[in-house]
Ligand binder design. Structure first.
Ligand SMILES: Cc1cc2nc3c(=O)[nH]c(=O)nc-3n(C[C@H](O)[C@H](O)[C@H](O)COP(=O)(O)OP(=O)(O)OC[C@H]3O[C@@H](n4cnc5c(N)ncnc54)[C@H](O)[C@@H]3O)c2cc1C
Length: 290
């Protein structure tokens, strides 16, 4: 049984490598350089979440510091994207705030943009509060908001009123139907509603989706409203679409995760697309044929 689990994990890692730059910072920076060479920006995320002790949190901050200071050296237009539970929210909000303050100090010295990823709904209130606490001190700061949550339209209205920089995503976490839209149609409709609001009332935002219909809607909206925004796509997903968007003159960023803690991220990516599970299953069977 243990052997089968290990074998599956090893196999899944091979499959997951399409979405992950590699194990360490150098791998992430190579991917960032590659994106930059192709006219795109890079948003780097060190994999890891729900840290409950100080040691992994401190190591994470040191690594993000190194990334921040490497961007200039590597001549890459880059940002970092950090999960609150990666740097302390699973301990308490003060630890998390202190960690982000350290990151923001380094980021402001190097003029690097910092994104706050949004995790499952139990952290939404604290993450938005964290954003408000930090945004008053550092403006090159953005927050992800999930279209699958019913509350998000109100959150976005409030955030826009404060001049916030928002990344709109569909939402990667399983949520209860009481607080979340459950069908794809409802989530897409809410994404569109929020996107329209961003184009109308906000400036400097990220449209983070691989959905062609929503990307086309964003392109149409961008013709009506002259706003500073970028498309953000995950490394290894819709790679053929990215050069098209660059060619049309849009800013495109690759979200580049790296690190050894690849399993939760990869499972979220697998769940998003039934075809990925099918591909994983069939290549597993192929490789174990006698
Ligand atoms: C830059 C970026 C940052 C993100 N940050 C967050 C965050 O902070 N919090 C959060 O909850 N979520 C985040 N997400 C994930 C997001 O919430 C969705 O889970 C994810 O993007 C899939 O939704 P989609 O918009 O691409 O649409 P979907 O409806 O899932 O997919 C639309 C189409 O895109 C293609 N596609 C989508 N996913 C894949 C894949 N894995 N492999 C191959 N093709 C695929 C398929 O053609 C699919 O039909 C982020 C996503 C991006 C791109």
């Amino acid at each position: 049984m243990v052997d089968t689990t290990k074998m599956m994990e090893k196999f899944l890692l091979k499959f997951a490598k399409q979405w992950i730059a590699g194990d360490d910072i150098d791998d992430a920076l190579i991917s960032a350089k590659e994106a930059y060479k192709n006219g795109r920006h890079a948003i780097i995320n060190k994999l890891g979440e729900y840290h409950k002790t100080k040691d992994p949190i401190e190591k994470t901050i040191i690594e993000y510091d190194k990334i921040i200071s490497s961007f200039r050296k590597w001549k890459v237009r880059g940002a970092i994207s950090v999960k609150p539970t990666q740097v302390g929210m699973s301990i308490n909000n003060t630890t998390c705030l202190n960690s982000f303050e350290k990151l923001i100090n380094s980021a402001s010295n190097s003029h690097v943009f910092v994104w706050i990823d949004m995790e499952s709904s139990e952290h939404t209130d604290d993450t938005i509060q964290l954003y408000y606490d930090l945004f008053s001190r550092y403006e090159r700061l953005g927050i992800a908001i999930q279209a699958n949550l019913k509350r998000s339209i109100d959150d976005v209205n409030d955030l826009i009123r404060h001049g916030a920089k928002i990344r709109i995503v569909k939402g990667a976490y399983r949520e209860n139907g009481r607080i979340a839209y459950k069908t794809r149609e409802e989530v897409d409709q809410n994404f569109l509603k929020i996107m329209k609001l961003l184009f109308k009332d906000a400036n400097e935002f990220g449209i983070a989706t691989h959905d062609s219909k929503l990307i086309d809607d964003a392109i149409s909206l961008s013709k009506k409203h002259q706003k500073k925004f970028e498309f953000q796509l995950l490394k290894g997903v819709r790679d053929k679409l990215k050069p098209d968007l660059v060619e049309q003159g849009f800013i495109v960023s690759d979200y580049i995760p790296y690190g050894t803690n690849w399993l939760p991220y990869s499972i979220r990516r697998l769940r998003e697309r039934k075809r990925n599970i099918f591909l994983l299953g069939s290549s597993f069977i192929q490789s174990h044929r006698v």
